[in-house]
Design a binder for this molecule. Structure first.
Ligand SMILES: Cc1ncc(COP(=O)(O)O)c(C=O)c1O
Length: 365
């Protein structure tokens, strides 16, 4: 589903030079390199501040904590996502409340969110799944009406836009992930919080460093969640390629859209006003089609596929106490049973994507 070796080979000279420079200067944690990356990513995303942290998970947890969201507070989120989205709400001490998704974008349905707002609701945590933003304008309106915070899970959506504005510009904060297979991936774990709020950015810098500015004075209980200079150097070496990679993903998606148009698959939809960066190209098999048989057919031709995510969070054992059980999120549950992601990564060759399309088509022939 990704070719990280091909990505490295394409930028080997720049990455190797950047890594060696860090080793030569021996400044490993935070420092100028991390600050420079924060500024560059913030600028590229059109927000004022970037705060590098240890992972995408921390890039969601720290803003919740920094905004004072904790015990007694409800946070409305999606169950159709990677587990970290709900995990951070629980880790912050708050209560996750699961709303259903829009079946076309797989992101939170604002109407379902509205129906779950209570006097205890403090925030909405939308997920920009597969590289497309949730309906941020509708969620923003809802948040303003009910005085709620928005923390965007943008782990899969660096460079995505809604109505011309990037992730992080709509909410109080957005969390990016640099997990190696993400559109901008490190050689290990890493993440970054984006925000337009200078005071929040300062609190996040403090929180990531044990609740201190780097002296041995601690103003709050914090975390050890710093981005290291080696990861920052590698990310900076790749950053100039990100826009082109996102465009290459979009071109692969456009190709599949045409090549698979006459199959019974439901193809992904780019909502009006959105710029989708296709972290995943996710199709949906029609009712009655055996998804596992399609996967096996693809595998037999050497074509990878993946299911993101087979069991929604509200049906996971660990989340039972915050769940209304099976049937409570019908669109989420239906999507989990039907989605299938096909390789869309930027290094995919013309021959490879043609093989993917031909293999899918031959299943339905
Ligand atoms: C939607 C979503 N949220 C959160 C995360 C957590 O990011 P990380 O793995 O960098 O902690 C990921 C990625 O794994 C993700 O895909």
């Amino acid at each position: 589903m990704a070719d990280l070796r091909a990505q490295y080979q394409g930028l080997k000279a720049e990455i190797d030079r950047a890594v060696l420079e860090v080793l030569e200067t021996a400044q490993y944690i935070l420092g100028d390199r991390v600050s420079r990356l924060e500024a560059r990513i913030a600028e590229q995303c059109g927000v004022a501040h970037g705060v590098g942290v240890a992972s995408g998970t921390d890039a969601l947890l720290l803003p919740l904590v920094a905004l004072g969201i904790g015990p007694g507070d409800e946070v409305i989120t999606s169950a159709f996502t990677f587990v970290a989205t709900a995990e951070v709400i629980v880790l912050a001490g708050a209560t996750p409340v699961f709303a259903d998704i829009d079946p076309e974008t797989y992101c939170l349905d604002p109407a379902s969110v509205a129906a779950r707002i209570t006097p205890r609701t403090r925030a909405i945590l939308p997920v920009h799944l597969y590289g497309q933003t949730a309906n941020l304008s509708a969620l923003r309106e809802l948040a303003e009406r009910h005085n709620l915070r928005i923390i965007e899970d943008a782990a899969q959506a660096i460079g995505a836009q809604h109505q011309g504005k990037g992730v992080g510009a709509w909410g109080d904060a957005a969390g990016l992930s640099f997990f190696p297979t993400k559109n901008l991936g490190a050689a290990g774990d890493g993440g970054m919080v984006l925000t337009n709020d200078a005071e929040l950015a300062e609190r996040l810098r403090n929180l990531r460093f044990h609740g201190s500015g780097g002296s041995y004075y601690y103003s709050r209980i914090g975390y050890n969640s710093r981005l290291d200079a080696l990861q920052a150097a590698i990310l900076e070496a790749k950053l100039g390629s990100l826009a082109g990679w996102n465009e290459a993903r979009r071109a692969n998606a456009a190709y599949y859209r045409e090549a698979l148009a006459d199959t019974p698959l439901l193809l992904p939809r780019e909502a009006e006003g959105n710029y989708h960066i296709y972290h995943q190209f996710t199709v949906r098999v029609p009712e009655g089609t055996d998804r596992e048989a399609l996967r096996a057919h693809l595998q037999a031709q050497g074509v990878a596929s993946a299911i993101y995510y087979p069991l929604p969070t509200h049906l996971q054992e660990a989340y039972a106490q915050w769940s209304e059980g099976p049937g409570s999120l019908p669109e989420t549950e239906r999507a989990a049973a039907q989605v299938l992601s096909l390789p869309v990564f930027p290094e995919l060759t013309v021959e490879q994507r043609a093989l993917v399309a031909a293999s899918v088509r031959s299943f339905f022939a």
